[in-house]
Write a protein that binds this ligand. Structure first.
Ligand SMILES: [Fe+2]
Ligand SMILES: [Fe+2]
Length: 253
């Protein structure tokens, strides 16, 4: 485990108070070279938001059978686009979740765990849960006649939103322990998103689907609980000044 240590960080002004003072004086004395104000920038963003198209659409069910199912009794007359969009979103997130855990396992192999932290088997078990969740959503989409390979607007959105989380996981200078902070973001989102998807499926009359998803929601609650426990253990060790890397990967596994 790579510890947080005092080092030669020169990003703060306190490392060079004289230069810092000059920098502030110059910033106050020299007006910004680009014209306009924050309000002008906001106005441009508003214009773009009004003029830009949407982020995408939900493809209609590929097969006639699927179409009949989607618009027929299964959906109870509601337009299926929203449910399919949110299923596509969940599929994308669970697929990324699998990759997120793969990336964490690679770091675990480099750094090892810490007292109260996960074992390799813990991480593998959650990765497998995420993979099963992706397959679960995939099956649900297929039963509605939807194409699970299509990128829905929601899938695109969560791909963009979670790109930072994945970037943290694969950044080699960020340690295994530090990466758990990004995992917390993913698991918190996982929990709320499954809950909302269950509500949506229920609203669409998809009681069987909702029941299947409840099992996934329970897994996610467990993931979050573990993630919180690992992070708390890591911080507690650090606060006590104890090493956060006593266990080698082999010992911890
Ligand atoms: Fe998940
Ligand atoms: Fe999860």
């Amino acid at each position: 485990m790579r510890e947080i240590t005092m080092g030669t960080n020169t990003t703060g002004m306190a490392t060079s108070p004289l230069d810092g003072k000059e920098l502030i004086e110059a910033a106050l004395a020299i007006p910004p070279s680009s014209p306009g104000s924050e309000a002008d920038a906001a106005a441009v963003r508003t214009t773009y938001a009004k003029e830009s198209g949407s982020i995408g659409s939900v493809p209609p069910p590929a097969s006639l059978k699927g179409m009949a199912k989607a618009v027929g009794e299964l959906i109870q007359g509601r337009p299926p686009a929203l449910l399919i969009d949110k299923l596509g979103e969940r599929l994308a997130f669970e697929r990324s979740g699998t990759r997120l855990y793969e990336a964490l396992i690679a770091k675990y192999d480099a750094d090892g765990s810490f007292e109260g932290g996960p074992t390799r088997a813990d991480l593998e078990a959650i990765r497998d849960d995420e993979m099963r969740h992706a397959a679960l959503v995939c099956g649900a989409m297929e039963r509605l006649g939807a194409d699970p390979t299509a990128m829905t607007p929601g899938a695109d959105l969560v791909g963009l939103a979670s790109s930072g989380v994945l970037s943290v996981a694969v950044e080699p200078r960020i340690s295994f322990g530090q990466s758990l902070q990004a995992l917390l973001i993913a698991e918190l989102t996982d929990n709320d998103s499954w809950r909302m998807l269950i509500d949506l499926a229920t609203a669409y009359g998809q009681t069987e689907m909702a029941a299947e998803f409840r099992a996934a929601e329970q897994h996610e609650a467990h993931h979050l609980e573990l993630c919180r426990r690992w992070l708390s253990s890591l911080l507690a060790l650090g606060a006590r000044g104890e090493p956060t890397a006593p266990a080698s990967p082999q010992q911890a596994a």
